[in-house]
Design a protein around this ligand. Structure first.
Ligand SMILES: [Ca+2]
Ligand SMILES: [Ca+2]
Ligand SMILES: [Ca+2]
Ligand SMILES: [Ca+2]
Length: 274
């Protein structure tokens, strides 16, 4: 009996040593391997953080899907670097594997936060280490921010939630979640449609909440021809006067856009009065 017990203890000891040896052989092989190419990408659950590692020369691919029913919003991709020396390289691809933008490389030991503006779609993430000689642990989380206002979509003349203003004064608040201007035509524009009585004027005033958003505003007549464009600097209030010189009522559109500053605060208020 004694010898059996001794053998068992020896076996267990051997097993423990073996397990330790395995871990020491490959301390940076994570549970999502192998995921070294697009076709082997690990599915991510939005809002759930995963812990993984980059071994030397490792590439880790992930896949996630955003569905905002066509409303533009922000997906936040957060990568925490738990090493002191890894320089994590981040690349983003669309569902077809076309790279979106350039790759980003974080400083040694530093994580990355990426704001992705999207209406819907599936995306691939590829992570690697810049030199391929460093290794370490990281965590990754993709979160659908639901950061936009409740009055979406209102990004174009005929979108379903374009606000129709039938009486003044009128005040609204909203949020621009993604850069929208002449160079960012798929951004989060906000459209308002207003009737201006004959021989009357209406003042339009837009105030950004943050001190670093640059608002832009364009006024269109009822044929959707542009009448005026106003662009403000950081934190500036933008305003205009719509002047109906005809004797009869006319309809106008106000298209509001903005460039977000470092604070990413896109909140604004808009007032129509006389
Ligand atoms: Ca890995
Ligand atoms: Ca991998
Ligand atoms: Ca908005
Ligand atoms: Ca919008």
């Amino acid at each position: 009996m004694k010898s059996i017990k001794k053998t068992l203890i020896l076996c267990l000891s051997a097993l423990i040593l073996f397990l330790n040896a395995c871990e020491k052989d490959d301390p940076f092989k994570d549970e999502y391997e192998s995921n070294n190419s697009k076709s082997e990408a690990t599915d991510l659950t939005l809002g759930s953080q995963i812990s993984a590692s980059l071994a030397k020369g490792d590439h880790d691919w992930y896949y996630f899907t955003i569905d905002n029913s066509g409303i533009i919003d922000i997906a936040l991709i957060e990568i925490t670097n738990n090493s002191s020396d890894m320089e994590i390289v981040f690349s983003l691809y669309d569902d077809q594997g076309n790279q979106l933008g350039s790759s980003f490389t974080g400083n040694a030991g530093t994580g990355l936060n990426i704001r992705l503006s999207t209406r819907d779609g599936s995306y691939y993430i590829e992570l690697s280490e810049k030199s391929g000689d460093k290794e370490g642990h990281y965590s990754l989380k993709v979160t659908d921010q639901n950061a936009n206002d409740d009055n979406e979509p209102d990004d174009d003349f005929s979108d379903s939630k374009v606000r129709i203003i039938t009486s003044i004064p009128a005040n609204f608040t909203g949020t621009i979640v993604a850069d929208a201007d002449a160079n960012n035509t798929y951004g989060d524009f906000e459209f308002y449609k207003i009737t201006v009585n004959g021989n009357c004027t209406v003042n339009v005033t837009v105030t950004p909440t943050g001190s670093d958003m640059e608002l832009n505003m364009e006024v269109f007549d009822e044929n959707k021809d542009s009448i005026e464009t106003i662009t403000g600097g950081e934190g500036d209030v933008v305003r205009t006067v719509i002047n109906n010189t005809e004797l009869y009522d006319l309809q106008y559109y106000v298209k509001l856009g903005g460039l977000l500053g470092d604070s990413y605060n896109g909140d604004y208020s808009i007032t129509f009065d006389d």
